[in-house]
Design a protein around this ligand. Structure first.
Ligand code: IVH
Length: 664
């Protein structure tokens, strides 16, 4: 192919890809399959590889590019980024309306959600995204272009002819779902978790490595044109033209006739707040007419034609009555705040986590303090800070206990770890968690054995140990409050059924520190039985590709402990499956799978089990070592990453064929 034909072909491909990208990420309404989209992108990549001088910065292949930055450069905004004045009740909104009406007549308003994220300005020249920056001090911000480019709903090239030379404003944010998932991953990796979606967004957008930003579930709503060379009569018209140009605009933007209409909207929005998958902290009210906006003008800080209405905060202050200590599965002591019950954003809160003792110290929190409580995307309420100005001198410091509050064994604190732990393996507190963990869905999946039942079993001394579960009799269970003939039988059946679970589930369920689901699968694919695993020393375990050093250490320690060996012997004696025969030669031996998107004909756990039966394993994140990436409906970023890494991507049908046919 000669260069001029290639150029045309490249341009066509980019246009098509941009269009489908828009349908997928902005409209959430794809018109071609992921496979077809993938083909277009691959074709473009191939052509650009052949003709590298035809690569442009706005090519869809350039979303995640370049090396990590040393730091951000400061840039001046085309138009100063003002902030909004706030109101907190409807009377203040009516006063705003009066002020407006002193200067202009017949006002119409546009109302929209106030997104709780990070404000940014995006600059386009001749239709091409050239720069994106943080707000900074309003005059200058940081150039975070390469990070913003990873957000798929930000067009790298505007659609149509109207908006070519513009600066637009918007809010980068993280959906609640994305936020929860990110925190789960952070926890798994041993990284600190984010307090709320806004912090997670701010932290992500300031990463120096765009590849990290790409892995963060960020999105954007655009709400304002700050500069344009075209004429617009109203804000509402501008919003509609933003949509036409391919920007993602919030669907809840509305035009209302007067201030009572604004108030009605605010009431409606506040009700809707809890059902949204992103956090909003109020509404923004804007005078619709540009002529009127101009007439009203601005103060040095805020426009006079717009205002925000802030919802009652999901924060409240209350008294911290006590700090109690919870002992977890691995013996970790966690301080928990016991609060004078207080309403936070419509929910009564009487406990909040304090995470660990370092945090307690850092936040300078004393028993008796007035503390600020916040409830956000994360359901567990948090103590934000103490209000130290309100101290009376009677507050008491909580010191790190020297002994476990449950079994009184002296606690330990390992070097380099924030956690304080009770080392007693028989600590009743730990036992409760161990049983709960063993029975959990990802482990032995014992139905009907929830936390309260475990509590009751422990309380009346029916179990002292995981293996005791298998010796329970119906008359024992009938002694527990709330159990009848049928429910007791259900529990017994569920316990019995767990004997047949896969080896990987058993390994995971033993609750060895630093051994998660993935490590357990890895171990089950390497070793034929628990006995074999128990004989593998630390050195051998350290050699296993994909298993961390810490895990190798804790596994070795686990199997060097007599009680654990006793437990395993008892489990074996009862008939719990501790080996999986004929691992060698299984058709998918050692193969690693990643899923992205929904499957239609089977559930994820069912799919995982099929893989495991054939000797393979399921991994949660995409890396070079993955053998198969299975894509379902609406695959996520993992799909993009897999394409980048040129991995073997298969659809559901191909997957089914693979797991049902291989080796039979
Ligand atoms: S308009 C000149 N609309 O709230 C008007 N701002 O305190 C510019 N924000 O800095 C702002 N949602 O980061 C506008 N729908 C919305 C918004 C919004 C969130 C943020 C924005 C701004 C801050 C104002």
């Amino acid at each position: 192919m000669n260069k001029s034909i290639a150029k045309k072909e490249i341009e066509k491909l980019r246009k098509d890809i941009n269009y489908h990208n828009y349908k997928y990420y902005v409209e959430n309404n794809p018109v071609i399959s992921d496979y077809e989209f993938d083909q277009l992108l691959t074709k473009l990549e191939e052509l650009e590889k052949k003709f590298p001088d035809l690569i442009t910065t706005d090519s869809p292949t350039q979303r995640v590019g370049g090396e990590p930055l040393e730091g951000f450069t400061s840039v001046e905004h085309k138009v100063a980024m003002l902030s909004l004045d706030n109101t907190y009740n409807y009377d203040e909104l009516r006063e705003f309306d009066k002020r407006v009406k002193k200067n202009v007549e017949q006002v119409e308003y546009v109302v929209e959600p106030k997104i709780d994220g990070v404000g940014v300005a995006l600059l386009y020249e001749d239709g091409i995204f050239v720069r994106g920056a943080t707000r900074g001090d309003g005059i200058r911000g940081d150039d975070i272009s390469s990070n913003l480019k990873t957000i798929r709903s930000i067009p790298l090239r505007t659609m149509g002819d109207r908006l070519k030379n513009i600066e637009v404003r918007g809010e980068v944010y993280m959906s609640l779902r994305g936020f929860k998932k990110l925190n789960k991953e952070q926890k798994k990796k041993g990284n600190p978790v984010f307090a709320n979606p806004r912090n997670a967004t701010a932290g992500s957008i300031r990463q120096l490595d765009p590849r990290i930003v790409e892995s963060r579930p960020l999105d954007i709503f655009i709400y304002f044109i700050s500069f344009t060379d075209k004429e617009f009569q109203t804000h509402f018209e501008a919003i509609n033209s933003l949509k036409e140009a391919g920007f993602r605009v919030n669907p809840l933007v509305e035009k209302v006739k007067d201030i009572e209409g604004v108030i009605k909207y605010c009431k409606k929005l506040e009700k809707k707040r809890e059902s949204l998958d992103y956090e909003i902290d109020g509404a923004v009210i804007k005078v619709n007419s540009y002529a009127q906006q101009k007439k009203l003008g601005e103060t040095s800080k805020n426009p006079r034609w717009a205002i925000s209405y802030k919802f009652a905060a999901k924060q409240s202050t209350t008294k911290l009555n006590d700090i109690v200590i919870q002992v977890g599965r691995t013996g970790t002591l966690t301080p928990v705040a016991i609060l004078e019950p207080v309403e936070v954003g419509g929910v009564t809160v009487s406990r909040a986590t304090l995470h660990n003792f370092d945090e307690l110290k850092r936040k300078d929190i004393y028993i008796g303090d007035q503390v600020l409580i916040e409830r956000s995307g994360d359901v567990i309420p948090q103590v934000v800070k103490s209000v130290s100005e309100k101290r009376t001198g009677k507050e008491k410091k909580k010191i790190i206990p020297k002994k476990c509050p449950v079994c009184k064994t002296e606690v330990i604190r390992e070097e380099g770890e924030v956690a304080v732990r009770c080392p007693n393996k028989f600590c009743p507190a730990r036992l409760k968690w161990r049983v709960k963990y063993y029975a959990s869905r990802d482990a032995m999946d014992i139905d009907h054995l929830g936390e309260s039942t475990i509590d009751k079993l422990l309380d009346i001394g029916l179990i002292d140990n995981i293996a005791d579960l298998y010796f329970l009799k119906k008359e024992d269970i009938l002694k527990l409050e709330g159990f009848k003939e049928k429910s007791a039988q259900n529990l017994l059946d569920a316990i019995k059924k767990s004997k047949k679970q896969d080896l990987s589930r058993l390994i995971y369920g033993l609750g060895i520190r630093h051994v998660g689901k993935y490590s357990a699968q890895l171990l089950a694919s390497k070793y034929n039985s628990i006995d074999e695993l128990s004989r593998a020393g630390e050195e051998e375990l350290k050699e296993i590709d994909g298993l961390g050093e810490k895990s190798a250490e804790t596994i070795a320690t686990f199997f060097a402990t007599e009680e654990n060996i006793n437990l395993i012997e008892r489990l074996k004696g009862i008939g719990v499956k501790t080996k999986e025969i004929k691992k060698e030669g299984l058709p998918l031996q050692g193969k690693k799978f990643v899923f992205t998107g929904g499957l239609s004909s089977l559930s994820r756990p069912e799919a995982s089990d099929l893989i495991k039966q054939k000797g393979g394993m399921v991994v949660s994140s995409v890396g070079k070592d993955i053998d198969y990436v299975v894509i379902g409906d609406k695959p996520g970023l993992k799909f993009e990453k897999a394409k980048k890494l040129n991995l073997n991507i298969i659809n559901e049908d191909e997957f089914r064929k693979l797991v049902t046919s291989s080796g039979e």
